[in-house]
Design a protein around this ligand. Structure first.
Ligand code: NAD
Length: 329
C-alpha cells in the first residue's frame, strides 16, 4: 500500500509514520511524506527511518497532483495547529488548513479519484460543551480562527464525497500528548519550563477541560479508519481522560518532584471551556485507547527529560511565552 502522508514531520504525523513502520510493519519505502517544513516540523523526528521525503506545500497544486498520482491512500495531517497563533494571524490557517485541503481534494478528483483520503480534523470544530459529549452528527460551532479553518476543511471533504464520489473519511480527535510535540503546546511547555524551574503560565482560572489522548492511541485509531473507515463517515476519537489544565500541570509538577510553579495569566480570548467527544462509533469498529493518562504522562515526561537535545534548540522565550496569543507571528 503506497501512502502519502502530509505534514508528516509534525508531532502527530511523525508519530503516525513511526507507528506504521515500527508497529504495523509497513515498509518505510512505501511511505512518502510531504511537509513544508514550517516552524512546527522537525526533520529529527524521523531521521532514523528510510522513507521518501518531499519538501513542499500542500497549497501547490502541481506538486500535490504529482504526489497523489499512484498512491493508494493519503493521510492529511498538514495544518497550522496553534490556537494562540490563529488569534494573532488567522490567514496562515486559511491557507494551509482550508486551501491546502481543497488542493488535495482537487488533485484526487483530477488525477487519482480511486485513492482514499483520511482527513485529520479535531474535536475543536464542535466548539465547547458544558455537559455531555458531542457525537459526529452534532452541529459545528468553532470558536477560534484555528477551529473555524478546520471546520471549513471538513465541509469541503464532505462536499467532495457527495459531489464527486471521492472516498474520504474524517477523524476528529481530542488533545494529544506524547513525544515530539512542539514546545509551544501545554504539556511540553509545562515539562520544559518545570525542568528550567520557570513559572508555568495557566490561562484564566485553569479550569478549562480537555480530553487527553496519548498520541500512539490516536495513531492506532487513524490506521483503523484507514483500513475500515467508510466513505463519507466521520469518526470521533477520544480517551475519556478529561482533565482541567490546572490538574494536568499539577500532575506534571508532582511527577517531576517540583514545587508549585503555576502562575495564572490573562486568558486567551474565546477560550473554550470544555471539549468532550462521544467516541462510541470508532469503538464499535474495534478501537479503544491502550494508554491511561497516568502512565502516558509519565512516559512523556521521561521522553522530554531524556531528549533535551531535541527540544533545546526550539525552546526560546517566544515559543515558551506565557501569553503567545498577544505576540505577532
Ligand atoms: N495536536 C493535537 O492535539 C491535535 C488534536 C486533534 C487534531 N489535530 C490535528 O492533527 C494534525 C496534526 O497536528 P500536529 O499537532 O501534529 O501539528 P504540528 O503543528 O505539530 O504539525 C503540522 C505539520 O504540518 C506541516 N504543514 C503545515 N502547513 C503545511 C502546508 N501548507 N504544506 C505542507 N505541510 C504543512 C508543518 O510543517 C508541520 O510539520 C492537524 O491537522 C491538527 O489539526 C491535532
Amino acid at each position: 500500500m503506497k501512502i502519502l502522508i502530509t505534514g508528516g514531520l509534525g508531532f502527530i504525523g511523525s508519530n503516525f509514520v513511526r507507528y506504521m513502520v515500527e508497529e504495523v510493519g509497513v515498509d518505510a519505502a512505501e511511505i512518502t511524506v510531504v511537509d513544508a517544513l514550517k516552524y512546527g516540523s522537525n526533520e529529527n523526528n524521523l531521521k532514523d527511518l528510510e522513507y521518501k521525503f518531499v519538501k513542499g506545500d500542500i497549497c501547490d497544486y502541481d506538486l500535490v497532483a504529482e504526489l497523489v498520482k499512484g498512491v493508494d491512500a493519503i493521510v492529511n495531517f498538514a495544518a497550522e495547529t496553534h490556537v494562540d497563533r490563529s488569534i494573532s494571524n488567522p490567514y496562515a490557517f486559511i491557507e494551509s488548513n482550508v486551501i491546502g485541503t481543497y488542493i488535495i481534494l482537487e488533485a484526487m478528483r483530477k488525477v487519482n479519484p480511486d485513492a482514499k483520503l483520511v482527513h485529520i480534523s479535531t474535536d475543536e470544530v464542535y466548539g465547547d460543551i458544558e455537559k455531555g459529549s458531542f457525537e459526529e452528527e452534532d452541529r459545528l460551532r468553532p470558536s477560534s480562527p484555528y477551529s473555524a479553518s478546520k471546520a471549513s476543511a471538513d465541509m469541503f471533504v464532505l462536499a467532495y464525497v457527495r459531489t464527486y464520489g471521492l472516498d474520504a473519511v474524517i477523524t476528529r480527535c481530542t488533545n494529544n500528548y506524547g513525544a515530539y510535540q512542539f514546545p509551544e503546546k501545554l504539556i511540553p511547555k509545562a515539562i520544559i519550563r518545570a525542568k528550567m524551574d520557570k513559572k508555568i503560565p495557566i490561562y484564566g482560572t485553569g479550569k478549562n477541560v480537555r480530553d487527553w489522548i496519548y498520541v500512539k492511541d490516536h495513531c492506532e485509531a487513524i490506521n483503523l479508519v484507514l483500513k475500515r473507515g467508510e466513505k463519507g463517515e466521520i469518526y470521533n476519537i477520544s480517551s475519556g481522560e478529561e482533565k482541567s489544565n490546572l490538574e494536568v500541570v499539577n500532575k506534571i509538577l508532582d511527577i517531576m518532584g517540583k514545587k508549585d510553579l503555576t502562575e495564572f495569566v490573562e486568558d486567551r480570548p474565546g477560550h473554550d471551556i470544555r471539549y468532550s467527544l462521544d467516541s462510541s462509533k470508532i469503538r464499535r469498529l474495534g478501537w479503544k485507547p491502550k494508554h491511561g493518562f497516568k502512565k502516558g504522562i509519565k512516559e512523556t515526561i521521561e521522553w522530554y527529560l531524556n531528549n533535551e537535545w531535541w527540544w533545546t534548540p526550539l525552546a526560546d522565550e517566544k515559543i515558551l511565552h506565557p501569553t503567545p496569543w498577544k505576540l505577532r507571528w
